[in-house]
Design a protein around this ligand. Structure first.
Ligand code: PEP
Length: 254
């Protein structure tokens, strides 16, 4: 690989896996991936499995992520989870603004920016998701939409914090649909994201930020996607629910 940015491949398990199933999956990943050093590997189980999964991966090369967190610190916010609580389970990453949360919980860019600030305050690394709907792409609005999401979701983050932030480009029409963006489509948007980051920050910072692609990543398309100059990893949904598939994605990306 001629990129100086280390790949980061994360599995978003969404609302799947009981504790027992989560342990099964992560034991399989430990077995298959123990030798991998070239990729930062992250698993993002549901909150209910964080504790057990954390214990299971403690001495491994697999890191823990959460799928969401509150923008607030501890307090009277029923049903919410503060960054401080995630830290108790040695969570290091948190997915913010996934398109399912933007759609079902109506999360806005402004809210995502508050969550990102709270994540950084707790030394968690946010994985901030952006991506266009099919209607946006068909109307030629992909870059406008993604630029606006970046501007809004990164508002207030310093360049030092941006370097500890991962951007996930996830075209909504490719999530869970089996329709993957072509590697050219992914590269085109990733390059435009990097250009926008250079505009919002500076060239040097933008060059170092890791930008993941997400949307029906599978063992068969991982290598081609990951070989694009501005694609620095993947956020994997469906294929991360099976140890063999997720391991194959990682091994095929190296
Ligand atoms: C996701 O949930 O972030 C995702 C990319 O899902 P999938 O890989 O199933 O498309």
């Amino acid at each position: 690989m001629d990129k100086d940015r280390k790949l980061i491949i994360a599995g978003n398990w969404k609302m799947n896996k009981t504790v027992a199933e989560a342990l099964d999956l992560v034991k399989g990943l430990k077995r298959d991936l123990s030798q991998v050093k070239e990729v930062d590997i992250v698993v993002c189980p549901p909150f209910t499995a964080l504790s057990e999964v954390s214990r299971e991966i403690i001495d491994s090369n697999i890191r823990l992520g959460a799928q969401n967190m509150s923008e607030h610190s501890v307090g009277a916010y029923t049903g919410e989870t503060a960054a401080e609580f995630l830290k108790e389970f040695l969570v290091r990453y948190v997915i913010l603004g996934h398109s399912e949360r933007r759609q079902y919980q109506k999360e806005s860019d402004a809210l995502i920016a508050k969550k990102a600030a709270a994540a950084h305050a707790a030394s968690l690394r946010p994985i901030i998701c952006v991506g266009e709907l099919l209607e946006h792409r068909e109307a030629g609005q992909t870059q406008t939409i993604v630029d606006a999401q970046l501007t809004g979701s990164l508002a207030g983050l310093s360049s030092v914090q941006l370097l500890e932030t991962i951007i996930a480009y996830e075209p909504v029409w490719a999530i869970g649909t089996g329709k993957t963006a072509t590697s050219e489509q992914a590269q085109e948007v990733h390059a435009s994201i990097r250009a926008k980051l250079a505009d919002l920050y500076d060239d040097n910072t933008a060059r170092q930020v890791r930008i993941q692609y997400g949307g029906s990543v599978k063992p068969g398309n991982a290598r081609e996607l990951m070989s694009q100059p501005d694609v620095d990893g993947a956020l994997v949904g469906g294929a991360a629910l099976d140890a063999r598939n997720f391991s194959d994605i990682i091994n095929n990306s190296i």
